[in-house]
Design a protein around this ligand. Sequence first.
Ligand SMILES: [Zn+2]
Length: 65
Amino acid sequence: MDVPKEIDSVVWNEEKKSWITKKIHVEEYHGFTECRYCQKPMSHNVKINGEFKVIYTKCGCSKSD
Ligand SMILES: [Zn+2]
């Protein structure tokens, strides 16, 4: 499996009151959780700046914007 170095993460922006896409630089990759509907990655378990985080991405069925 290819280990992603960068992931387009979807984060909530409180000022804009909307979801924005933010490029995350991944230090260590520890797998993902797949969407139960489209089987595409929905969240990734990664290490960023020495901290373990779960970051969210747009899966195949969340294309509404
Ligand atoms: Zn999905």
